[in-house]
Design a protein around this ligand. Structure first.
Ligand code: GLY
Length: 373
């Protein structure tokens, strides 16, 4: 898949790039830059989506950036509130949505107003979900502050909350009106969160773009050192790849499933850990596992497994299912994955680095040894 830059401009000595997600009347820009946070108020004012916003953020991100963003919006002449919830995946439930909705209603937010998701994947998914149902939908903006959210969850309009039975089992497809990605915020991201986000970055290379996969190997030092131009290039390439997929298959009828590379087994591993394992770490384990599965059934040759393991290790990501995880529970979690249809599990398997095949034709006899490893 070819990478395209839609627009690259210099703003006050800072380079920023804009990618357009082309979805007809639901199209929107993703602006990526270093230090663009300060300009978000003026941009939102100029875009004119809403006069009043509620910034939704977890308490951790709110203490770092929430009050500052509120001041930036006030400075630009926009009315806004900051509404917070406790940080963590445990908050991603319908109960939190109801509490947030009550606060919006209590503050008189109406259909002309908008939400801003300021935070990581949990915040973005919940805010998008809330925006899609509050007063039968209001507009929302994504300002992702984790690497995972910047390269994946803030783009493409998947929203939702978890059920006790699994992640994201309630949700909607609802696109944001704009996404603002400031690479500077990654400096306050805990290291483990950054590395977890790298698993999603590697996913794009492994499933869609072999050149990008190789580039990630070459730039390991710059990326782990948070070298801004390289990080910006990396995020831009991920967003480009994701935008191209979403433009062709917004509601995951087929092609978009490639973005679940590593996630089928990854989600099962995450669930079996009681959601204590970092999502990206689980995806890394899942990517290694599907490489092994592809080799086992003769779809890929062994070099795919070697290359996967090398790159995952270069970014300090785990590659093995922890031995203490109960294999029967793992198998049961696979069965309730959203991608399981009619009892058949859909796997996204590598044919080679940068090319995948989606199949539900995998025999139990091949799944069990991969889970047993
Ligand atoms: N995170 C996968 C997708 O948005 O489709």
């Amino acid at each position: 898949m070819r990478v395209r830059i839609n627009q690259s401009i210099k703003v006050e000595d800072k380079v920023e790039q804009t990618i357009q997600v082309g979805l007809g009347e639901r199209s929107y820009p993703i602006t990526i830059g270093t230090g663009i946070f300060e300009h978000i108020g003026a941009r939102l004012k100029a875009l004119g989506f809403a006069k009043r916003y509620a910034i939704i953020s977890d308490d951790r991100v709110a203490s770092l950036y929430g009050r500052h963003l509120r001041e930036i919006l006030h400075g630009a002449g926009l009315d806004c509130e900051l509404i917070t919830f406790p940080a963590g995946e445990a908050s991603k439930r319908l109960g939190t949505i109801e509490q947030l909705a009550s606060k919006l209603a209590g503050q008189g937010l109406d259909r002309q107003d908008g939400l801003i998701a300021l935070g990581g994947g949990v915040t973005g998914d919940m805010t998008g979900f809330l925006a899609s149902i509050y007063m039968r939908s209001i507009c929302f903006i994504q300002i992702p502050t984790s690497l995972l959210a910047q390269v994946d969850s803030s783009v493409g309009g998947k929203t939702g909350v978890d059920l006790a039975q699994g992640k994201n089992l309630l949700g909607t497809f609802y696109q944001p009106r704009a996404v603002f990605i400031d690479t500077e915020v990654l400096h306050t991201l805990p290291r483990e969160e950054f590395l977890g986000g790298m698993a999603e970055v590697i996913k794009y290379g492994a499933s869609l773009d072999a050149d990008f996969f190789a580039w990630l190997g070459q730039k390991q030092k710059n990326i782990l050192g948070l070298d801004s131009p390289v990080i910006m290039e990396m995020i831009r390439r991920c967003c480009e790849l994701k935008a191209k997929v979403v433009e062709q298959d917004e509601r995951e009828g087929g092609l978009r499933r490639v973005l679940n590379f590593g996630h089928t087994i990854g989600h099962a591993v995450e669930a079996a850990s009681g959601y204590r394992l970092n999502h990206g770490f689980a995806v890394a384990i899942g990517m290694r596992a599907v490489a092994e599965l592809a080799i086992r059934i003769g779809l890929a040759d062994s070099s795919v497994g070697v290359e996967m393991v090398q790159l995952l290790r270069a970014y300090h990501l785990p590659i093995d299912i922890p031995p203490e995880f109960d294999r029967a529970s793992l198998r049961a979690y696979l069965a309730i994955d959203k991608k399981t249809v009619g009892g058949r599990i859909h796997f996204v398997l590598p044919e080679r680095i940068g090319k995948v095949r989606i199949t539900d034709q995998i025999e139990e006899a091949d799944i069990a040894p991969v889970l047993a490893r």
